[in-house]
Design a protein around this ligand. Structure first.
Ligand SMILES: [Fe+2]
Length: 128
C-alpha cells in the first residue's frame, strides 16, 4: 500500500515550509455546493493553484481519480508530454449524474515520482 499524502495529515508548519511541493501535487475539487438529482453535474479536479507540476517522461501526473465516499466513480490517465513537456496544471472535468443521496467527493492523483495524493473532501447537497 503506498503512502497517501492528504492535507489533513500534514502539519501547518510543514505545509508552509514545503508549500510548493504540496501545492503542485494536491488535487483540488472545484464544483457547486448543490446538484440536482438525475441531472448532469460537473466536477472539476485541478492539481496545483500556484505551482505547476513537471510534465517530463520520468516525472508526470499519471492519473486522477474521483471518489464518492468509498465508491470509485471515474479516472483519467495521462501520458507524459500531454501537457506540452513543460510545467503545468493537470486538470480534468468529470460529469456525473447524482442520485437522491448527498455526495462526499474526494479526488486522488498520482505523480510518477512523488506518489499518491488525496484532496480535501467536498460535500455536495442534492436538490430534488
Ligand atoms: Fe511530482
Amino acid at each position: 500500500m503506498p503512502r497517501i499524502f492528504s492535507p489533513v495529515d500534514i502539519s501547518q508548519e510543514e505545509k508552509e515550509v514545503r508549500k510548493d511541493y504540496f501545492d503542485r501535487h494536491t488535487p483540488v475539487i472545484i464544483c457547486d455546493d448543490t446538484a440536482h438529482e438525475g441531472e448532469k453535474f460537473k466536477v472539476k479536479v485541478k492539481l496545483g493553484t500556484e505551482y505547476p507540476h513537471p510534465d517530463q517522461p520520468d516525472h508526470f501526473i499519471s492519473y486522477i481519480q474521483l471518489w464518492n465516499r468509498e465508491t470509485f466513480l471515474a479516472e483519467v490517465h495521462f501520458t507524459p508530454g500531454v501537457l506540452g513537456n513543460k510545467p503545468g496544471f493537470a486538470e480534468v472535468d468529470f460529469y456525473i449524474v447524482p442520485g437522491p443521496v448527498s455526495l462526499n467527493l474526494t479526488a486522488m492523483a498520482v505523480c510518477t515520482n512523488h506518489g499518491l495524493w488525496q484532496s480535501e473532501s467536498r460535500e455536495v447537497k442534492i436538490v430534488k
